[in-house]
Design a protein around this ligand. Structure first.
Ligand code: HEC
Ligand code: HEC
Ligand code: HEC
Ligand code: HEC
Ligand code: HEC
Ligand code: HEC
Length: 419
């Protein structure tokens, strides 16, 4: 009896388990806001360096992946261990692997189903979004740009003076007319009449002391202004935009592909220098991306030459020749500037000082970088004290309703900026 029953029972149990699995535990992509948020954070932190939702990067655009991949379970297995899925001979896995030049996706072994599903939730939400117009640049900048203070003042003074001179001329003309009319009514001798009605010729005009004075004055002021402008701009390199050895474009990388600044400028939040990335960082992507839309292979192959990489064989030759980037921003040695202090502690955006870098094909120096520029911002800018325990005591001691400016914590002390 037992024996006879055992087989169907096992089969039944198995079938039930199978059904239970595929219905009750069928992997559902969540749609709630919390999951999408969690997924966004995971995606940005771990996937974004290779994937975008709607754009191909190192890996495929992930929009619609849940429909294209064999199953949601497949995606879970893939993300946790792509190499194993490929090695298992899975046809879909091998197809995309070959399509992407056999580049290995990182394995996220420790990810739970829930985490991966939240990433898919984010991707789905993002894919369904209608493309919003590109956000305007948020560079409310008052400290950069402009031709410097003295130039502004002098221009205003010059224009003011010219306006006054013209007004004076008009008034003088009116007075002369009035006088002529008045004198005409009087009985004048012939001699006097001649003087009153004497033709004011061009010759007499340019020889008149008034005219000579005006000309000398104008020439002198323009020269003076140019000399002062020249003196003030010694050592100022605003708008300096040298040609770089590789046509690297921030507009493509930081703008179009939204690669974060600190992915390449690794020191910007941690140290004094923001750092220029080494060719290794370029290779994270360019070992795969071998052709640019605008420049074909010529510019990207310069990266390979620099790092000694042979794209034909995919191997390193050992012959390196560092890329000689031309430095753009450069303070004199006497001044000390620290990126971490401003970006990390101060919470200032890169763009406040460097301008809309993500729109520049070729970087240029956006701000003046003079002492006046530094001081001006230190006078105007509030210290970012939020969530910074270091400042709690200071705020308590300061104990005023007024926001703490950089100036108040010693931002104008010579020794803070000068060695
Ligand atoms: C180092 C780069 C890299 C990272 C990081 C990365 N991927 Fe991938 N991914 C790839 C590549 C390349 C492929 C294409 C297949 C291949 O070559 O292995 C791929 C393929 C995929 C696929 C299959 C796409 C399709 O069209 O079927 C999914 C799903 C996927 N990745 C999800 C993720 C998720 C989720 C993360 C973050 C947790 C992630 N990937 C992080 C490089 C990466
Ligand atoms: C993919 C890597 C990459 C990303 C992402 C990137 N940069 Fe750069 N950046 C470079 C390279 C390479 C240079 C040197 C060549 C040049 O000047 O174009 C550079 C140069 C600069 C310079 C000029 C440095 C000098 O010589 O004075 C500034 C400023 C700068 N980047 C700011 C930014 C900001 C701000 C962002 C984010 C919006 C950003 N970068 C994103 C790679 C990158
Ligand atoms: C996170 C990925 C990533 C990194 C890191 C990266 N790039 Fe790129 N790069 C891209 C993408 C994507 C493109 C666009 C390819 C295209 O035009 O289709 C690109 C294009 C280019 C192009 C060709 C532009 C054109 O349109 O012809 C050059 C040159 C280039 N990168 C240089 C560099 C250099 C130098 C570095 C290192 C400082 C670097 N890239 C780092 C992703 C990256
Ligand atoms: C408060 C203004 C300010 C902010 C904010 C700022 N920078 Fe700078 N940056 C400078 C100055 C000044 C220099 C020149 C430093 C020098 O010569 O010592 C510079 C130089 C650089 C350089 C040239 C190389 C180096 O490390 O000196 C790079 C790259 C750079 N900045 C990137 C960035 C990035 C990326 C951010 C945002 C994360 C950023 N900067 C934010 C003012 C700023
Ligand atoms: C866009 C505004 C801005 C500009 C421009 C700027 N700074 Fe600052 N700076 C700040 C802020 C905000 C802080 C306060 C950061 C903090 O909370 O410690 C700061 C702090 C400092 C400190 C530390 C002061 C202290 O008492 O601890 C130094 C040094 C400094 N800046 C140097 C410079 C130099 C040099 C320049 C010009 C090359 C410059 N800064 C340009 C905003 C600016
Ligand atoms: C917020 C930072 C900051 C503070 C505070 C500061 N300086 Fe400067 N100073 C600079 C920078 C940056 C330069 C270089 C600017 C340039 O090359 O145009 C500079 C340049 C100078 C120069 C010109 C040197 C030369 O060769 O042209 C002198 C002199 C000077 N500072 C003196 C002082 C004195 C004195 C104080 C205190 C009253 C002071 N600085 C406070 C940032 C600062």
């Amino acid at each position: 009896m037992k024996k006879i029953l055992s087989r169907p029972v096992t089969i039944l149990t198995l079938a039930l388990v199978f059904l239970f699995n595929s219905f009750a535990f069928a992997q559902q992509i969540p749609t709630d806001e919390a999951a999408i948020k969690a997924g966004e954070a995971l995606f940005n932190g771990n996937c974004k360096s290779c994937h975008r939702v709607k754009q191909k990067l190192v890996g495929p655009a992930l929009a619609g992946v849940e429909d294209r991949a064999p199953s949601v379970q497949w995606i879970l297995d893939w993300v946790r261990n792509p190499a194993r899925v490929i090695a298992s001979g899975d046809a879909y896995a091998n197809k995309i692997y070959n399509e992407y030049n056999k580049s290995q996706m990182t394995a996220f072994t420790s990810y739970t189903d829930e985490q991966i599903l939240s990433i898919l939730a984010y991707i789905k939400a993002e894919a369904n979004k209608v493309d919003a117009p590109p956000p305007g640049t948020t560079t409310a900048d008052t400290t950069g740009g402009g031709g410097g203070v003295p130039s502004g003042y002098l221009n205003a003074i010059l224009i003011g003076l010219v306006v006054i001179l013209v007004l004076l001329l008009i008034i003088l003309g009116l007075i002369i007319n009035a006088l002529k009319k008045y004198l005409d009514q009087k009985d004048l001798s012939e001699d006097d009449k001649e003087i009153v009605h004497s033709k004011y010729t061009f010759n007499t005009a340019i020889k008149s002391p008034a005219f000579i004075f005006i000309v000398v004055f104008l020439v002198a002021s323009v020269t003076f202004k140019n000399v002062i402008d020249g003196l003030y701009s010694i050592g100022i390199q605003q708008n300096y935009q040298p040609k770089q050895p590789i046509a690297f474009s921030h507009k493509i990388h930081a703008g179009q592909y939204e690669i974060e600044c600190r992915y390449c400028h690794t020191g910007a939040l941690k140290g004094k220098q923001a750092n220029i990335p080494s060719a290794n960082i370029c290779m994270n992507c360019h070992s795969q991306i071998r052709e640019g839309t605008n420049t074909g292979t010529t510019e990207i192959s310069k990266i390979y030459a620099a790092i000694g990489y042979d794209p034909a064989t995919g191997s390193y030759t050992g012959k390196q020749k560092p890329i000689e980037w031309v430095r753009i921003h450069n303070l004199p040695d006497l001044a000390y500037f620290n990126h971490a202090q401003h970006n990390n502690v101060g919470g200032i955006e890169c763009q406040t000082c460097h301008g809309p870098i993500e729109e520049m094909d070729v970087v240029k120096q956006y701000s003046l970088l003079t002492m006046g520029w530094c001081i001006d911002c230190h006078r105007k800018t509030d210290v970012n004290t939020k969530g910074n325990a270091y400042y709690d005591k200071l705020l308590e001691l300061h104990n005023s309703k007024k926001a703490l400016k950089v100036e108040d914590i010693g931002g104008l002390e010579c020794a803070k900026c000068h060695y």
